[in-house]
Write a protein that binds this ligand. Structure first.
Ligand code: NDP
Length: 266
């Protein structure tokens, strides 16, 4: 099965990717290889995860061609001065053993460093070919407007915490208005959705698990999901979300689980 994708200002991003936070060493490389074997074509990493070399290893072991897989990485918030940003992004390429990533993101904003300087460095990485596309992560509506005003290259993605318990409607609307796609991180609320009564009830009607219903709820809104798992059976489960549809009533029931303070990360 080819993975459905989202289009944003010239970028085509697979709707599901493998999250790799907390995965390291052999188990990280194995999860990446396993996911790519199952049909995943998008891997999410970051300099801060200290696993880019393992992600690169998994990618090479998969035997897939470079242009068949979409790789995202991120520059951490302590490296947002122009010179630090460039060094971090170049180190990421070295660790991944790649000439370019498909998407390079500012991992978290840092209010003590002028955004103009960071966005300038981000755009420079794209112009110089180190990143095919660029974007941001953990940017709120005000920062989205500021970043898009400063950018000289299109910003195609905002990666934010997003799952049925957290109302992110304002940030999603602001991202879309700015031409950015949205990626949901912690999309299954770090596993908490598995015991949810509403998601389990809906899942039963479709022969799916609560986690699959949760992921389906997001991709059905054209939101990219990057669930993390190191277990083959869960990698498979999380990928099998493109063979059923949720009804308007089911979507509404899931939307009702959200609250403005339902975040679990930060
Ligand atoms: P997730 O919502 O993806 O949940 C991961 C947890 O759920 C793991 O403990 C995993 O355990 C478990 N799990 C996975 N699949 C299932 C399943 N089908 N049923 C039950 N449990 C399951 O949380 P993350 O915080 O890891 O978010 C995903 C990715 O988003 C990260 O890995 C990272 O790439 C990115 N991220 C980005 C951030 C940012 O600031 N931009 C911040 C946080 C995350 P197991 O491995 O044992 O299966």
């Amino acid at each position: 099965m080819s993975v459905p994708s989202v289009e944003a200002t010239g970028a085509r991003i697979p709707l599901i990717g493998l999250g790799t936070w907390d995965l390291r060493g052999r188990s990280c490389a194995r999860a990446v290889e396993e996911a790519l074997g199952l049909g995943y074509r998008h891997i999410d990493t970051a300099a801060m995860y200290r696993n880019e070399d393992d992600v690169g290893q998994g990618l090479r072991s998969s035997g897939l061609k470079r242009d068949e897989v979409f790789i995202t990485t991120k520059v951490w918030s302590s490296d947002l001065r122009a010179r630090d940003f460039e060094r971090s992004a170049r180190d990421s390429l070295k660790n991944l053993k790649l000439d370019s990533v498909d998407l390079l993101l500012i991992h978290w904003p840092n209010s003590s460093i002028p955004l103009k300087e960071t966005v300038g460095a981000l755009c420079k990485m794209k112009r110089e070919g180190g990143a095919r596309h660029i974007g941001v992560s953990n940017f709120n509506p005000a920062l989205i407007v500021e970043a898009t005003t400063l950018a000289t290259e299109p910003l195609v993605n905002n990666q934010i915490e997003l799952h049925p318990y957290f109302d992110q409607s304002k940030t999603i609307a602001a991202s879309h208005k700015a031409g950015m796609s949205v990626t949901a991180y912690s999309p299954i609320a770090r596993g908490r959705v598995t015991s949810d009564a509403v998601l389990s009830r809906i899942g039963k009607a479709h022969g799916k698990t609560a986690a699959q219903v949760c992921l389906r709820y997001l991709v059905q809104q054209n939101i990219i999901v990057i669930p993390k798992s190191s277990r083959p059976e869960r990698l498979k489960e999380n990928f099998e979300i493109f063979d059923f549809d949720l009804s308007a009533a089911e979507m509404k029931d899931i939307a009702a689980l959200a609250s403005p303070r339902g975040n679990i990360v930060s």
